[in-house]
Design a protein around this ligand. Structure first.
Ligand code: MRU
Length: 356
């Protein structure tokens, strides 16, 4: 287990995307943890490529770069003399770069109506989205930690899947925000971080963030999660989300559903932490969520070297859907919903009284 080093409160928080004035600067997450390389995204094709290859990733971060991407498109269009139709199709290419995380389309759609008002109006709105994301993460961290501490006495052992940390947002994180808050309160024992095959967001990214902050953690193979839960080695599982449907069904990284099923069997809480921008009441249920299918090479090869037999094919869905009935709590910056008590985003519409 990693040593329990105190968090250095004086250190600047990790902010993996910044606006330079004329471009998005972002940590290339495909190179972590080995190298921290910042890339500059000043053209639409560079941004779309970065999104597709997961150099920038995670639902709330996609919302932020989607909004900033509209400024990138406007600047490129101004430089290259694009027609309005060309600008429109460039913005569409950002909006549709990945299908499952609703935040990407949400970020684009939030600022797109301002294009007619000019670049500064779009930029101001995009920067506001970035700022609000960080504040939302801190709020959901507090709500989530409060909810857990009223149910789990003493120090909490947490399991998480994929990366829902600063690297998946603009800062602090969603699921990792709750974990950071528990740690700051002295209420965290250890984090079991699922490695998250095939792209290892858990082993590479979550572990890197936890290590940077001196948070005790163990990386485990995805296949160990159910056993860890049923052997009572964890008290709660906390994950992020890419899209939450009106009935509370939640899409997140492939493997999340197995964690939820094991938690249900063990009778321990399964928590989803996500900003309101991940809630999509226009999508009725999880059946309506478009699940991204990724390339077979991610499964068939390792480090660029083919490991599977040449005749084998791969099935590589990037996300799964956890039914609301398996989710104990959905935490947003507005509070906590308990789907088991009928508190779903759809039911909340009109009542707007999530429990706090
Ligand atoms: O394919 P990725 O790495 O973008 O998938 C990310 C996840 O599934 C995260 O858990 C989710 O976006 C929530 S991030 C706060």
């Amino acid at each position: 287990m990693a040593a329990d080093r105190p968090t250095d409160a004086t250190r600047e928080p990790l902010r993996p995307i910044v606006w330079t004035g004329g471009a998005i600067r972002a940590i290339d997450q495909t190179l972590l943890p080995g190298r921290v390389v910042w890339i500059t995204l000043e053209r639409v094709d560079q941004l779309v490529d970065a999104i597709v290859r997961l150099a920038v990733r995670g639902a709330p971060q996609l919302g932020a770069v989607g909004a900033l991407g509209v400024v990138v498109a406007m600047d490129e269009g101004a430089r290259d003399g694009w027609s309005p139709a060309h600008l429109d199709s460039a913005i569409d290419s950002i909006r549709h770069a990945r299908p499952t995380a609703v935040n990407l389309a949400w970020g684009v759609d939030r600022v797109r109506p301002l294009v007619v008002q000019g670049r500064e109006a779009v930029l101001a709105a995009a920067l506001k989205i970035c700022k609000q994301d960080e504040a939302a993460n801190h709020a959901m961290g507090r709500f989530g930690a409060d909810w857990i501490q009223t149910r789990v006495p003493g120090k909490v052992r947490v399991l998480t899947h994929c990366n829902a940390g600063a690297l998946a947002t603009t800062a602090w994180g969603t699921a990792l925000g709750v974990i950071r808050e528990l740690h700051a309160r002295g209420a965290l024992d250890v984090v079991y971080a699922d490695e998250t095959r095939p792209l290892l967001q858990g082993a590479r990214l979550t572990a890197w963030e936890l290590e940077q902050d001196g948070i005790p953690h163990l990386i485990q193979p995805d296949g160990a999660a159910a056993s860890t839960i049923l052997r009572r080695l964890v008290d709660v599982a906390i994950i992020g989300a890419d899209r939450i449907a009106a009935n509370g069904d939640t899409a997140n990284k492939i493997g999340s559903l197995g964690v939820a099923l094991a938690c249900k069997d063990a009778g321990i809480p399964f928590m989803v932490a996500a900003p309101e921008s991940t809630v999509d009441v226009a999508t009725a249920t999880g059946d309506d969520i478009h699940i991204e299918m990724r390339g077979e090479d991610e499964v068939l090869a390792w480090g660029g070297i083919r490991v599977a037999p040449l005749g084998s094919r791969a099935h590589n869905p990037a996300f799964d859907v956890t039914p609301a009935r398996l989710i104990s709590a959905i935490v947003t910056e507005d509070g906590v919903m308990e789907p088991g008590l009928g508190q779903t985003p759809g039911a909340r519409q009109g009542s707007s009284t999530p429990s706090r």
